[in-house]
Design a protein around this ligand. Sequence first.
Ligand code: F7E
Length: 348
Amino acid sequence: MPGKIILGSIIPLNWMNIVNRVALITGISGQDGFYLTEFLSNKGYDVHGVVLLGQEANCHPQATIHHGDLSDGSNLGAILHSVQPHEVYNLGAQSHVRFSFDIPISTANVTGLGAIRMLESVREHQQQTGREVRFYQASSSEMFGRAEKSPQNEHTPFRPRSPYACAKAFAFWQTVNYREAYNLFACNGILFNHESPKRGEAFVTRKITRAATRIKLGLQERLQLGNLDAKRDWGFAGDYVEAMWLMLQHDQPDDFVIATGETHSVREFLHEVFSYLDLDWEEYVDIDPNLFRPSEIEVLCGDSSKASQSLGWKAGVSFSELARMMTDHDRQLAETEKRMLDAAQSTG
Ligand code: F7E
């Protein structure tokens, strides 16, 4: 591979392009922040993150942490000036859809206005320093809502059905507008549901894998769920962070749908996980009407052929592999919990 000699060692040219690059990630303490930090660190990036006070423990150890708040924004500009990033990934949000119905205003503030606070900080920084800063906005398939067409692609109109989705649609259009008005290199990744062992336990896939493995080991008896008929396009978060990065390496800023192209119901996910553990989910699941949403999206399915053609991106982990990966991880967690419980009982 062609390279350039630096301090006696040959550095491949493709690596030269990204060595010494700096990234700043908001929402770095979440699932995607973790995988993105790992991905960028492995590429030689110096990774910095913005977190709320008290969220530091969830962050990847490779990241340098700065305290900040998307709902306030007063020090975001100062963080940009001190970090001098080449790339900014705006992942920070109040991202729980059901919860957004309870706290619509703070969801709009963090998830919607938070994006514009970041865009303004980037625009000002770029104007003052003359350095280009590329911007990634974590947009969501929730914006498609009650879509008239399936699968959804970059041309599908938005029909949001939650305060969260409305806030994300606002942030999406702000990102497009900063690209068009100020020539900012700003991209929207319209990511469909993406999961992993790092997924928060309030989201349905992780709630299921945690409960099923605990039920298997006798640590829990029942699992309460809402709408089992909802269908989602579920991929692996580790695959999806690569797409975020690829968007910012593209020659033109643009918007891309990132999805697997397959859709499955919550019921199918339940079946996949419980049958992997040799259990029948119907014996353990209760339906709790409080877990239904005031307005639900019945089915989402993404068409990521644009990302495949322009970025060379494709989902790598199947639905079944994803369910098993999460179940294997949570089974180990449950085994540790059981060992600790047994030890406490035998000494107590
Ligand atoms: O729900 C149904 C629920 O909360 C999936 C976020 O990352 O992806 C995520 O949004 C489905 C819904 O994810 C329970 O009604 C049934 O139909 O795991 P979820 P979500 O709402 O699709 C998008 C792309 C984002 O951008 C969001 O930030 O599962 N469901 N029973 C349940 N959901 C939950 N959470 N809990 C239940 O007990």
